[in-house]
Design a protein around this ligand. Structure first.
Ligand SMILES: [Zn+2]
Length: 141
């Protein structure tokens, strides 16, 4: 379960629309508490892939991830997950996403249809890395 404020969803959707027709990606910073995650802040990151490969792939450069982790540490927060957009695709993780994911984190995937943010869903990888399971999103203030 992941707790998100309306404004976090708005920020991610706005990022997805801004970067359309390319994928956007970013971090979710917050806390792990009682078996769920609470998002305190979103941290937008640009997509590191080459222009032509930007659709339906996301990859965060190690130095960008480190910068995000450092920023989180300074604010006494953890990286609790990642978000990225699927331009004109469903909000369901791809095989590529599964191959490049880690357990424990939340993966928010949102579809951006014709430049407009649509579905936004959260996923968590099965501990044996075989698949993603959908995770409940709870609204918080
Ligand atoms: Zn994806």
């Amino acid at each position: 379960m992941i707790a998100l404020a309306e404004r976090h969803q708005d920020e991610m959707r706005a990022h997805g629309e801004r970067d359309y027709p390319f994928e956007c990606c970013g971090l979710m910073l917050g806390r792990f508490a009682d078996g769920h995650k609470q998002v305190i802040e979103t941290y937008p990151i640009s997509n590191a892939r080459e222009e032509e490969a930007k659709r339906n792939r996301f990859l965060i450069r190690p130095e960008e991830l480190m910068r995000g982790e450092k920023y989180a540490r300074e604010k006494a927060l953890d990286v609790v997950g990642f978000y990225h957009s699927h331009p004109d695709e469903r909000a369901v993780p791809s095989q590529y996403d599964l191959d490049h994911a880690w357990p424990t984190y939340s993966y928010i995937v949102m579809s951006v249809e014709q430049g407009r943010a649509a579905d936004l869903r959260s996923w968590e990888m099965e501990s044996d890395r075989s698949r993603f399971n959908e995770e409940e999103i709870v609204k918080q203030d």
